[in-house]
Design a protein around this ligand. Structure first.
Ligand code: IPM
Ligand code: MG
Length: 373
């Protein structure tokens, strides 16, 4: 089959990890006889520099027309400490989420046995962790009215949600739970917030349609604690935009690295896939950033296109790289060499095309050289 993929490398380490993700896709194309046609587009700080606009119209056009969107990272420190900057790179991502109505952000969190020692938590707490966060992405405080008073002494951001906005992601979360361990945990602050009370009422109603799925409720503060104390209790977490943003960065630490977490942002017409780690500007261009999250974003993209066997092959290659320790320095174990961003990408691509340990040159691998005989 032939697919058009919009590729937005973005800022910081975005371009170098996206290059590795494309290598994985190219290997899938070769092994399974597909064609992926890449259409490159700009968003973020690089787009501001090129055209003054963090989301040029051309980018939206390319994304709308594509079968899926692969995105690297966004942000540049030069905008971070300048609250009066007129345009900010992140506005590009918000506008893209809104224009394509990418309302459902899915963030899987899974502990890899070989990386548990990287976790700040005890082995017995982490082992077996496997849950997925469904974060609403186009509503709440991110998109409500914002204002700074004329005297600049008061500011507000309004959070609002409609029943429709809550319902559509709730159905997706429950459908996912049906395929998993049949439990949804709604995270809110309904003891304080009106929007949270609307979430609780709406989700409780919808839950009645999914009789084989258990619904639990947690206040967000309590959830932050439970995620650290007992992450294994979660299966599908459902939450609003801001809580999802915070909870998912917290959750990323459980498994020992943010460098392995990918996410998808799904709408009814389009879907975008990205690593969740962000632009990591200190590492940009240095060829040591971990490309595995971007590569796992490719696996999510393939599943979205219905290419499940292909997605499994990508996930197997990632697991193999972790088992063999062909990883960047952020997740290497003491005794191992660390591989560069592009070396990890080469290994993953080689493994997808060969998928057979017997072709591997283990001596070379452990010398940090390449992989397939
Ligand atoms: C995320 C990021 C974004 C967000 C930033 C880059 C604006 O943190 O996707 O989680 O807050 O949504
Ligand atoms: Mg975030």
């Amino acid at each position: 089959m032939k697919y058009t993929i919009a590729v937005i490398p973005g800022d910081g380490i975005g371009p170098e990890v996206t290059d590795q993700a494309k290598k994985a896709l190219d290997a899938v194309a070769e092994a399974y006889d597909h064609i992926f046609l890449y259409k490159e587009a700009q968003m973020g700080a690089c787009a501001i520099e090129a055209s003054g606009d963090p989301l040029p119209e051309e980018t939206v056009k390319i994304c709308r027309a594509a079968d899926a969107i692969l995105f690297g990272a966004i942000g540049d420190p030069k905008y971070d400490n300048n609250p009066s900057a007129k345009v900010r790179p992140e506005q590009g991502l918000f506008r893209l989420r809104k224009e394509l109505d990418l309302y459902c952000n899915v963030r899987p969190v899974k502990a890899y046995d070989n990386l548990i020692s990287n976790s700040p938590l005890k082995r017995e707490v982490v082992k077996g962790t496997d849950f997925v966060i469904f974060r609403e992405l186009t509503g709440g405080i991110y998109f409500g009215k914002k204002e700074l008073s004329a005297d600049k002494k008061e500011a507000f951001d309004i959070s609002s949600y409609t029943v429709d906005q809550i319902s559509r992601i709730t159905h997706l979360a429950f459908k996912s739970a049906q395929e998993r361990n049949k439990k949804v945990t709604l995270i809110d602050k309904s003891n304080v917030l009106e929007t949270s009370r609307l979430w609780r009422k709406t989700v409780t109603e919808i839950a009645k349609e999914y009789k084989n799925v258990t619904l639990e409720y947690l206040y967000v503060d309590h959830a932050a604690m439970k995620l650290i104390l007992d992450p294994k209790q979660f299966d599908v977490i459902l939450t609003e935009n801001l809580f999802g943003d915070i909870i998912s960065d917290g959750a990323s630490a459980i498994c020992g690295t943010i460098g392995l977490l990918a996410s998808s942002s799904i709408g009814d017409e389009n879907a975008l896939f990205e690593p969740i780690h962000g632009a990591y500007p200190e590492a940009a261009g240095k060829n040591y950033a971990n490309p595995l999250a971007a590569i796992l974003a490719v696996a999510m993209l393939l599943k979205y296109l219905g290419l499940h066997e292909e997605a499994d092959a990508v996930e197997r290659a990632v697991e193999k790289s972790i088992t063999l320790g062909i990883t960047t320095k952020d997740i290497k174990r003491k005794t191992q060499f660390s591989a560069s961003t592009s070396k990890v990408g080469d290994f993953i691509a080689d493994y997808i095309t060969n998928q057979d340990d017997s072709n591997m040159n283990f001596t070379n691998i452990h010398m940090g050289q390449s992989t397939i005989i």
